[in-house]
Design a protein around this ligand. Structure first.
Ligand code: GLN
Length: 543
């Protein structure tokens, strides 16, 4: 029977519950324990797949094709927890299940209610996380989205309260992550909001065992620690000072210094081995002391929301670690290239160019122009999903003279649909969970940049798209300089998954999303080689 850690948030949203949960997961794994991780989100969407990433942040995709909250990306980067459809539930998905059961008559005439039916379903989803192949889990960490006090999170809090009641006395531990703001006029960190937040938690019957205090640029002093401990009924050693720490990957080391892992193990009455964090520490050191730097331009349609491309930002940091260099990433609005700015003017100062995923027609023409610049100036290029589709469109237009070549996502009537709907997508009308999702194998062609990066003939990467390369144009594009370096074989059919350019130092574009599998200890090969090529490009230009 696994132990359970529930992570809640107080005072404000975006308080860092995801990274805290992931960091704690890492510390427990470093003690030799097997962890599972899960996020519960209060919104009504069945999953975040239909939500605007510029509002909600990126949609993270698992191997089994779940479209999930970006916090799962943190779990992936910090821990070895197996992430799947089971790792993210929402109010919408829980209600959906309960309502379907009700329609099937499974409640045998009962009145279906939030308590017990919704709360039972939530508890069942927690237990399902560690069932089957995951039954050897030692500790399950469950993060509750939102902030304590929100109406929309109440059913989750009630369910985790009951969970302790159902489990044994040392089987559950509650971690509350809260803001302790610094008030400059008083020159003090203020503990009152935390006291109120904990009071709200206790009001619904949850007594936190550990309080993690986000203190901004200040460190929690002995006085504040004592105050919070006393008012919130928590041991002083279970009050953790979580000041802002950079880089992000150093956060677990701060928790380790404050013995967070020991406290958790004691509360859960768990035996565990010595801590092994050497590899992680070395990685953080490397990250802090880069020997060089490269400038990468990411060309996108909106550029304001950092979290919209979280995994790409992180994958570039990982690639920097692998190459001992700092990757300076700048987002450039592709629409500027449609409004008179010459791509070369802006992009010539960058050592590498990246075009990431995207949907819809806005900014597409500007992206095509950016690819023309990358191709002609021989600047390293990494295209991801839409970034590969754009690379194909660019070559068709400028090398094959097919001026109106495009994707049918933008122009269903185009005379040259070089990118067209996947056959399995024909007739699909629902938007939620219906793309080509999750991991698919991909065969690599020897002698290509992709093969060199991965160093093996068969890989598996994660997808999220509806459109694909149109094989009717393959021969002509190959004659014009395109290399198909990765394919997915399905009977007679072959999907093109990676394209490259022949006369170019490094130009790789994938239909899949390599960023979803990148971790700081195991940087993703395409990102790693893209940054390496960018570094070489910079050195060749003596910048
Ligand atoms: N909109 C494109 C498609 O659906 C690309 C998707 C993406 O970049 N994730 O195929």
């Amino acid at each position: 029977m696994p132990k359970y850690i529930f992570i809640t948030g107080g005072v404000v949203s975006s308080v860092g519950k995801g990274v805290t949960a992931a960091s704690l997961g890492l510390l427990l794994e470093a003690r030799g324990l097997k962890v599972a991780m899960m996020k519960m989100d209060p919104y009504l969407n069945v999953d975040p797949g239909t939500m605007n990433p510029y509002e909600h942040g990126e949609v993270f995709v698992t191997d089994d094709g779940a479209e999930t909250d970006l916090d799962l990306g943190h779990y992936q980067r910090f821990t070895n927890a197996k992430l799947s459809q089971k790792s993210n539930v929402t109010t919408g998905s829980i209600y959906n299940t309960v309502i379907q059961k009700e329609r099937r008559g499974e409640y045998l005439g009962k009145t279906v209610q939030v308590i017990p039916h919704i709360t039972d379903e939530i508890k069942a989803s927690i237990r399902a996380l560690t069932a089957g192949s995951e039954s050897d889990t030692d500790v399950a960490l469950i993060e509750i989205g939102g902030t304590v006090g929100d109406i929309e999170g109440l059913h989750f809090l009630e369910a985790i309260r009951q969970f302790k009641y159902d489990a044994g006395p040392n089987d559950c531990c509650y971690v509350h992550v809260t803001l302790v703001p610094y008030i400059a006029a008083a020159g003090e960190l203020k503990t009152k909001p935390t006291q109120h937040s904990v009071a709200a938690l206790r009001n619904i019957g949850i007594q936190p065992n550990i309080i993690i205090c986000r203190t901004g640029s200040h460190t929690l002093g002995a006085d504040e620690r004592r105050k919070i401990a006393m008012f919130c009924d928590v041991g002083q050693d279970a009050i953790i000072s979580a000041e802002d720490i950079s880089p992000l990957y150093a956060i677990p080391l701060n928790f380790k210094e404050q013995k967070l892992d020991d406290t958790v193990l004691r509360l859960l009455a768990l035996e565990a081995g010595e801590s092994h964090l050497e590899g992680w520490r070395q990685m953080v050191e490397k990250l802090k002391t880069p020997r060089d730097h490269v400038k990468v331009a990411a060309v996108g349609k909106y550029t304001g929301h950092e979290d919209a491309y979280k995994s790409i930002n992180e994958a570039l940091i990982h690639a920097g670690i692998a190459n001992n260099c700092k990757v300076e990433l700048t987002w450039i609005n592709s629409e500027s290239f449609e409004n008179g700015v010459l791509p070369g003017q802006k992009l010539k100062d960058y050592d590498g160019i990246l075009i990431g995923p995207g949907f819809g027609s806005r900014g597409i023409e500007g992206k095509v122009r950016a690819v023309t610049f990358a191709r002609e100036s021989k600047t390293p290029y990494l295209g991801i999903c839409l970034g590969m589709q754009i690379a194909v469109i660019e070559l068709a237009r400028n090398k094959l003279g097919l001026e109106r070549a495009t994707t049918t996502e933008i122009d269903p009537q185009t005379p040259d649909p070089v990118i067209s709907l996947l056959s399995e997508q024909r007739g699909v009308t629902d938007m939620g969970g219906t793309m080509r999702l999750g991991a698919y194998p991909c065969e690599l062609r020897e002698g290509t940049k992709a093969f060199a990066a991965y160093g093996k003939p068969l890989i598996e990467e994660r997808h999220r798209h509806r459109y694909e390369f149109n094989n009717a144009y393959r021969e002509r594009l190959e004659a014009a300089g395109m290399i198909v370096s990765g394919t997915y074989k399905l009977g007679e059919n072959e999907l093109v998954e990676i394209t490259e350019l022949r006369d170019h130092p490094w130009f790789c574009a994938s239909q899949f999303h390599p960023e979803f599998k990148s971790t700081p200890l195991s940087p993703q090969p395409l990102f790693r080689d893209f940054v390496k090529a960018s570094l070489e490009h910079r050195r060749a230009l003596k910048r």
